[in-house]
Design a protein. Structure first.
Length: 740
């Protein structure tokens, strides 16, 4: 077969924009490509076919191509496709993740990079252990400078290309952190190890510093192709620019509307910078979607148009409009979860495959009530990319404290939390304690209580902590008991200092909610009569979730966060918890860039669905064991009504159109097209906002649903649930913000 036939064959079955992208001309000076590939538009196919076309047409040799992906799975898939598409020797291609390619570069040039040939890579856990070891050797207070916080500090600066000497010093705290960073770098250099962030920074510095080496690779790699370009951080973009500086053609494929990893350092602005900083950039939009039906795409397009800083594109399909999007407003979070479980079971009975049904949520803590309802209905499920609620570290820690309060002889619980959070009871101390317990034929708890000397201060102090919590919680309700233990055990304080501790704290809050629901259950009350409420709850936690989690290879409904769903697709998708403060999340929605990222996250969630999409919200949701009144997500009001089918129980016999027009609860606000996105949450005196949860001394907790006037004349409408809807003058109401 001729080269011409091979190159022509690679373009068969591509649509016109895909063909333009794949066959982007090879010129000198280079023509660069920015491929804006919408969800489901075949971006991986385009990227792979571009490489195959370059090879088959003879315009590039395998050794001249560098292709960067964000996961090893994507790299393997690309190599497999290329092997099937082209006769070229693909082993000479440099294809891999940023970290994988930088590791390869540093191995080849370890001397120039000032690394031993056999340098080892520290994974996340190894890096944290190295930081802890360093801080212990330097006698640094790990409460004032938590190791996980130091790990985040070091990695964040490396990802910005900053060494310890480059850290901007604001105060004594940052000065000390910079000193620890410098000591950590010295320790890694001494031991011949490199963490993940170091791989990229060291590779960047190597090319920047070594001109002959830089020139060699700039001349070698004539074509640089990047997948998921919207997820690149600043240092990754600078590394690419450095490699492309010798005249290589950059071919970047990404979707600014799916940039959802700012918390990992992803910089969506790189796409705009690329278009501005590289000469002759051809922007090609891939807008034909091969995944979803028309109503789903119309909703996604309408939603994302509210983001102002985007490069712009509009998805379309020739697969027809398909089914309308089903919208359900539940009375409470249990009702919502029950609805999802019932619908899922009905779909399976109608022939749907469990593995093609996904339930998405914004926060991991939301899985608890969903798991409960799936268990109750016998629906087999799997928590994708994570643990079931009662298997999560923070939950098991909290339950271990509670188990010790209920039964001091529980040695497994003792071993789990005796030194968590750290209180000076090391592995050697626990070994000695176990030996003492065996000698006197007693539990670890009893052995610790009988200690004297130094050991009495540490292990004995832990026993006293448990005894104090047992006494202090005797008269409290079950949710109050758990809240007290979470706070006084040190768990809350420990997780407040972690980079990702907010998610763990949300899970601990959900444990309190689970206790509140359990305490009000009649069957739980009967179980508690025989042994007390706390032991009954601990039994429930151990037993209820032991079933219906899918076994290895068993088909199951997929439960996952929206972040985990990126890159996946399903026939049926449920997006749950669409309430203001939850999705969009309060932590992100307080600033414009954060709200835009939340909207991109919602866009990603919508475009996971192929055929059927459900959107659900709850009028009330449990928080800290108490019912909170919720306001539906502003994202619901940004969707076109003609694409939606309302399933609310309040709908009665009216038509969808009439029901919408007459004021379905979540959609009382004016259509999104008639207002700017910022109009949804105007600032009110005292930092209050529309949609915010508040507390009133007399009426209790509520949510602000409307506002009028300004200054001293400002008034707000607040839904206080059982206390009703009240109009209050802000000058006198003394409303306080409350958790969502």
């Amino acid at each position: 077969m001729t080269t011409e036939t091979l190159s022509t064959r690679t373009l068969i079955d591509l649509n016109e924009p895909q063909q333009h992208a794949v066959a982007l001309p090879v010129t000198q000076p280079p023509t660069h490509g920015l491929i804006l590939a919408g969800a489901g538009s075949g971006k991986t196919r385009v990227l792979t076919t571009r490489i195959a076309w370059l090879l088959a047409s003879g315009q590039a040799g395998a050794h001249e191509i560098l292709a960067v992906t964000f996961t090893n799975k994507a790299a393997r898939e690309m190599l497999a496709r290329l092997t099937a598409q082209t006769a070229a020797h693909v082993r000479r291609l440099w294809i891999g993740t940023f970290h994988g390619l930088c590791n390869r570069l540093l191995r080849l040039h370890h001397r120039e990079a000032n690394l031993p040939q056999t340098f080892q890579i520290l994974d996340v856990a190894d890096q944290l252990a190295a930081i802890k070891r360093l801080m212990k050797s330097l006698n640094i207070d790990d409460e004032k400078y938590p190791p996980r916080e130091m790990q985040y500090f070091i990695n964040a600066h490396k990802e910005k290309g900053l060494r310890a000497d480059d850290v901007e010093i604001w105060d004594n705290i940052t000065r000390k952190k910079a000193e620890i960073y410098a000591e950590y770098e010295a320790q890694c250099q001494r031991e011949g190890v490199a963490d993940f962030a170091e791989l990229l920074l060291r590779a960047y510095e190597l090319l920047l510093r070594q001109e002959p080496l830089r020139t060699h690779y700039q001349q070698r790699f004539r074509h640089i192709l990047v997948d998921e370009f919207q997820d690149a951080n600043r240092l990754q973009y600078n590394w690419l620019k450095l490699l492309a500086g010798g005249g290589a053609a950059m071919f970047a494929v990404g979707d600014d509307d799916q940039s959802i990893y700012a918390f990992r350092g992803a910089e969506v602005g790189n796409m705009r910078d690329f278009e501005r900083e590289f000469p002759d950039v051809r922007v090609i939009r891939l807008e034909q979607n091969y995944r979803s039906h028309g109503h789903i795409l119309a909703a996604a397009n309408a939603l994302i148009q509210h983001n102002r800083e985007r490069l712009g594109k509009e998805l379309w399909t020739d697969a027809g409009e398909g089914e309308p999007i089903r919208v359900y407003e539940a009375m409470g979070d249990q009702d919502e979860a029950g609805f999802v479980a019932d619908e899922t079971r009905a779909l399976v009975e109608e022939g749907a495959h469990r593995g093609q049904i996904a339930v998405l949520y914004r926060s991991n803590a939301q899985s608890r009530v969903l798991e409960h309802e799936f268990f109750a209905r016998g629906v087999t499920y799997r928590v994708y990319g994570g643990l079931r609620f009662f298997e999560r570290q923070e939950i098991k820690h909290a339950l271990a404290y509670l188990r010790l309060i209920a039964n001091p002889a529980d040695d497994a619980a003792f071993l789990r939390v005796a030194n968590f959070p750290a209180r000076g009871i090391g592995a050697r101390s626990l070994e000695n304690l176990q030996a003492s317990a065996r000698q006197i034929n007693a539990s670890l708890y009893a052995a610790a209580a009988s200690l004297s000397g130094k050991a009495a201060v540490t292990a004995g102090g832990f026993v006293r902590l448990i005894e104090e919590m047992r006494v202090q919680t005797q008269a409290l309700s079950l949710p109050e008991q758990i809240e007290h233990v979470i706070e006084h055990s040190g768990l809350a304080g420990h997780y407040q200092n972690e980079k990702e501790g907010q998610e763990r704290l949300e899970n601990l809050d959900e444990l309190i909610n689970a206790a509140a629901v359990f305490a009000n259950d009649e069957e739980a009350g009967r179980a508690a009569e025989s042994g007390g409420m706390l032991p009954a709850f601990l039994g429930y936690a151990s037993l209820e979730f032991g079933e219906h989690q899918a076994g290895e290879g068993e088909e199951a409904v997929q439960l996952m966060t929206v972040h985990a769903a990126k890159g996946l697709e399903f026939d049926v998708v449920f997006i749950t918890g669409l309430e203001q403060g939850l999705f969009p999340h309060d932590n992100a929605a307080s600033e414009a860039r954060g709200l835009e990222e939340e909207r991109r996250l919602m866009y990603v969630a919508i475009t996971r669905a192929r055929r059927r999409l459900y959107l659900s919200s709850a009028q009330t949701r449990m928080l800290h064991g108490q019912t909170r009144y919720a306001m539906p997500s502003q994202f619901l009001a940004e969707l076109p009504p003609e694409c939606l089918k309302l399933l609310s129980r309040q709908k009665a016999a009216r038509s969808d159109a009439a029901f919408w027009r007459e004021g379905f609860a979540p959609f009382k606000r004016p259509p999104a097209a008639t207002r700017a996105p910022a109009d949804f949450a105007p600032e009110l005196p005292g930092g209050l906002k529309l949609g915010m949860n508040v507390r009133h001394a007399r009426f209790g907790f509520g949510v602000i649903t409307d506002a009028k006037g300004s200054g001293e004349e400002a008034r707000v409408e607040v839904n206080f649930g059982s206390a009703g809807i009240k109009w209050l003058a802000l000058a006198y109401a003394q409303l306080k913000p409350a958790p969502p």
